[in-house]
Design a protein around this ligand. Structure first.
Ligand code: GDP
Length: 480
């Protein structure tokens, strides 16, 4: 627990200069943005005549999330699916096609709304939830914020184009998250479709589909001709059965914000994917630094609901401000508690921003010491390079550095500039980012600054390997 001098002064309603002066008297020189530990802060506060009540995170957020359920209370829940793949391979078309096909034959027949996720019924009668934002940017951004919403990734590969850079990225993102893939080979209606080639190319990335003797489920589809969409849903249902997804519906709700915006007429609107329990109108909820009382719940057909259970996406009206995608949502017992939690988080956020200041959290040496304290003996890396050959050479060289005690783990290696999605992946995986003869895009640079992830640039492989080696040796236990 730490606090900045500014924040400490704010909370005591004292001037920061007075705090600095007091610390100076005790022999410590500080700037207003400096961070001091909780014990020092307590001494300062008492010295200045304040009574101190230390509130630990565990007190304020105690019991908010992840309280255990009895096995007997668990029921199976629908799978949550994200569609990923290379640009233009048909992710959006597939999402639309699945939804339309289902609405036509479906019971409600309402007008579909884009709320960030929707639910359809698989041929076996079980529901399936799709996250309505294709691609891995949203997926990884959420994961970077600690939210795990996706159970299954559908990897779309266009049969006329084959495996492309973002296909590989998607594979690596899903793998880093430990989420199983189903391969959907799309655009098989096209005369130049070569589904066989897709299967072979995927082997290079250790995705072995069933017809190649592997275990990854696969289906040939055409989003355009609505071909085999039922088959895809069947496979999803099958994969869900294997995963044996369960949740307790009979408890207060917990979930994640999928999308949120400020609506001119309706105020803050957030879509929550309920992950456990049941959310009801009237519930008091907190999400990130926002809270509210649920005024209305709407499903993806715009139909009002009184409640929403596990894996169900609902739009929530009633938040006092707009939460952020990836915020975890919890139900609390009173408005007072909601306020306490959100105010506390607000403070933490400010402290963190102030504390971050210049120092980068994701510098190689910082990361090594973090890994060391966490007792981990692998060094995750995201590598981007100018040409495939050099990327492969680097990945191979780094993997060779490994010893019994410590090794580099290449979370993702690809060709091209460092993108925002690379940074998000690095953040989610606790990885360092390395650019070889490439630079970071502007958005990526900004994202890395926000996240405190250091990007290292190299143009000589030897230097790169040497640096990683040096950083890794910091991980090794001292020889006796
Ligand atoms: P995304 O970038 O992956 O979301 O791809 P889109 O869904 O926007 O599709 C890119 C292009 O491919 C569009 O012009 C679609 O009409 C086309 N497309 C998508 N699916 C199919 C398909 O199954 N067959 C054919 N022939 N074209 C398709």
């Amino acid at each position: 627990e730490t606090i900045t001098i500014q924040e400490l002064a704010n909370r005591m309603s004292e001037r920061a200069v007075d705090v600095i002066r007091l610390l100076m008297k005790q022999g410590a020189m500080h700037k207003i943005t400096d961070v001091i530990d909780a014990d020092t802060a307590q001494l300062v506060a008492e010295e200045m005549g304040h009574t101190v009540k230390r509130v630990a995170e565990s007190d304020v957020e105690e019991g908010l999330f992840d309280t255990p359920d009895e096995d007997a209370d668990l029921q199976s829940r629908p799978p949550v699916v994200t569609i990923m793949g290379h640009v233009d391979h048909g992710k959006t078309s597939l999402l639309d096609a699945i939804r339309q096909a289902n609405v036509v034959s479906g019971e409600a027949g309402g007008i579909t709304q884009h709320i960030g996720a929707y639910q359809v019924t698989a041929p076996n009668g079980n529901p399936v939830t799709f996250i309505d934002t294709p691609g891995h940017a949203a997926f990884t951004a959420m994961r970077a914020r600690g939210a795990k919403v996706t159970d299954i990734v559908v990897l779309v590969v266009a049969a006329d184009d084959g495996v492309m850079p973002q296909t590989i990225e998607a594979i690596n993102h899903a793998r880093a998250a430990g989420v199983p893939l189903i391969v959907a080979i799309n655009k098989v209606d096209k005369p130049d479709a070569k589904p066989e080639r897709v299967r072979t190319e995927l082997l290079q990335y250790e995705v072995q589909v069933e017809s190649m003797g592997g275990e990854t489920l696969e289906v040939e589809v055409s989003a355009k001709q609505k071909l085999n969409l039922d088959k895809l849903l069947e496979l999803i249902a099958l994969q869900a059965e294997v995963l044996d997804l369960k949740a307790n519906a009979d408890r207060v709700a917990e979930g994640t914000v999928i999308e949120a915006r400020l609506d001119k007429g309706r105020g803050p609107v957030a879509t929550m994917l309920v992950q456990r329990g049941t959310l009801r109108v009237g519930d008091i909820i907190v999400a990130g630094t926002q809270w509210g009382r649920v005024r209305a719940l709407l499903d993806d057909k715009g139909v009002t609901r009184q409640e929403a259970g596990p894996s169900f996406p609902v739009e929530i009206l009633g938040f006092s401000g707009t939460p952020e995608a990836g915020d975890r949502v919890a139900v609390v017992e009173s408005e007072a508690r909601a306020r306490e939690i959100t105010e506390y988080r607000e403070r933490m956020k400010r402290d963190k921003l102030a504390a971050r200041g210049g120092s980068a959290r994701g510098s190689l040496s910082d990361m090594m010491s973090q890994l060391k304290t966490a007792g981990r003996k692998e060094f995750p890396l995201v590598i981007k390079g100018d040409v495939q050959g050099s990327v492969e050479a680097i990945a191979a060289a780094l993997e060779k550095l490994g010893t019994d005690e410590v090794g580099a783990r290449v979370v993702h290696a690809g060709v091209g500039g460092i993108s925002e999605s690379d940074i998000a992946l690095a953040e989610a995986s606790g990885a360092a980012v390395i650019g070889f003869n490439v630079r970071a895009h502007k958005e990526a640079r900004e994202a890395s600054e926000r996240a405190g992830i250091e990007i290292r640039y190299y143009n000589i492989i030897y230097n790169l390997v040497d640096d990683v080696k040096a950083a890794m040796s910091g991980l090794l236990s001292p020889t006796l």
